[in-house]
Design a protein around this ligand. Structure first.
Ligand code: HMG
Ligand code: MG
Length: 328
């Protein structure tokens, strides 16, 4: 017989209690990529005003570094064809950084005209993805990125570097650590302040994260020049972040609401959700400066604009109660 006794559920607050682990940093930077990496994979066009509103709202959460858009070919990524309008529409309030992705000289010209003050160049650790994503070779991509980076340095514009397919490639399979180290070193030599290690298809496991960071450390790359850019395809992203923290990484890329993917990589799904990252870091007592509740509301709002629920576990847990539509 089933007992009729009511089950009492312990109500949770909107933040986990803090139980720090030894050896972790006190503070990390979250590099928000939702408006760029998140939206680039959306096939239904999001209007420019919504993109601007998304970034304006994100600025109210304590996030200070928000990648705004991409000056890539609009034929390749129609969703971000309005890069100029988005960048000028969000303005440049003090205290915020809005880097933009630049693939080549044409992109750099457009970004400068639109008033970009910070850029990110991107290359691949694998030949197949260099072709699929940039229509060139690894060497060709680094050469183009190099001339863009030199121009940016002359203009006093900070440059971030991304390396895609650092952990696995859907066409080539396993990516040797040495190949990633080589590409990261070349971006470091180009003067990139930070180099973000992209797990474009989300296959990294925590031991793999450590192995790559050890290999980079042994090659003389300081951990404070690296960031982790983990996609959550196989649910491993937070485990990778924890291992990254243990190795001394203090910058992590994430997308509000877990938006995203890469239109040019089979099986790339959403980025690590910023909310999931903030939840774990808060529980670990690592400061992010981000107001989780405010962020959840914004990602819930954005999910409604896109017409489907957010894949973020934290957004699912916390937004549901306040959502006007039962779908969310
Ligand atoms: P291509 O077809 O070889 O370009 O593509 P092209 O140089 O032959 O030019 C063809 C036409 O595109 C020309 O116009 C150019 O002017 C124009 P036409 O003469 O035919 O009228 N064009 C441009 N227009 C506007 N802005 C530009 C631009 N460049 C050329 N910048 C290209 C080469 C690099 C352009 C193309 O491959 C491209 O845009 N790729 C970007 C793809 C992309 O955005 N991928 C997603 C971002 S990377 C990512 O998500 C990974 C990351 O998140 C980390 C991770 O997860 O791993 C960063
Ligand atoms: Mg990405």
């Amino acid at each position: 017989m089933v007992s009729a006794r009511p089950v009492t559920v312990q109500p949770m607050g909107e933040l986990p209690d803090s139980y720090p682990l030894p050896g972790l940093p006190e503070h990390v930077t979250i590099y928000e990529v939702g408006p760029r990496d998140g939206l680039q994979a959306e096939t239904r066009l999001v209007d420019t005003a919504t993109k601007i509103e998304f970034i304006r709202r994100l600025r109210t959460t304590g996030l200070t570094t928000i990648e705004a858009t991409s000056f890539v070919s609009p034929t390749w990524v129609p969703q971000l064809a309005d890069a100029t309008e988005v960048l000028s529409g969000i303005g440049a309030p003090e205290g915020f950084r809005h880097p933009v992705l630049v693939p080549n000289q044409r992109g750099m010209d457009r970004a400068l005209e639109a008033g970009a003050t910070e850029i990110a160049i991107f290359v691949s650790a694998t030949e197949t993805f260099a072709q699929k994503n940039l229509a060139t070779t690894v060497d060709g991509a680094i050469e183009t990125a190099g001339s863009v980076a030199r121009q940016a340095s002359e203009a006093g514009i900070p440059v971030r570097g991304y390396v895609s397919m650092c952990f696995g490639d859907p066409w080539e399979g396993r990516v040797p650590l040495g190949r990633v180290v080589d590409v990261v070193r070349r971006l470091a030599d180009l003067g990139c302040r930070t180099i973000s290690l992209g797990d474009t298809i989300g296959v990294a496991t925590p031991g793999h994260v450590r192995a790559l960071l050890d290999a980079l450390g042994n090659a003389g790359i300081a951990m404070d020049r690296l960031a982790l850019h983990l996609h959550d395809t196989y649910g491993q992203a937070l485990a990778g972040v924890l291992e990254g923290l243990r190795c001394g990484i203090t910058e992590f890329d994430a997308a509000a609401g877990g938006l995203g993917g890469c239109p040019f990589a089979k099986s790339a799904t959403g980025n690590l959700a910023t909310e999931d990252l903030v939840w774990m870091l808060t529980g670990l007592g690592v400061e992010t400066g981000v107001d989780l509740d405010a962020l959840v509301q914004i990602s819930g709002w954005m999910a409604e604009q896109l017409g489907r629920p957010s894949p973020s576990r934290v957004v699912k847990a916390l937004y549901r109660e306040s959502a006007p539509d039962p779908l969310f």
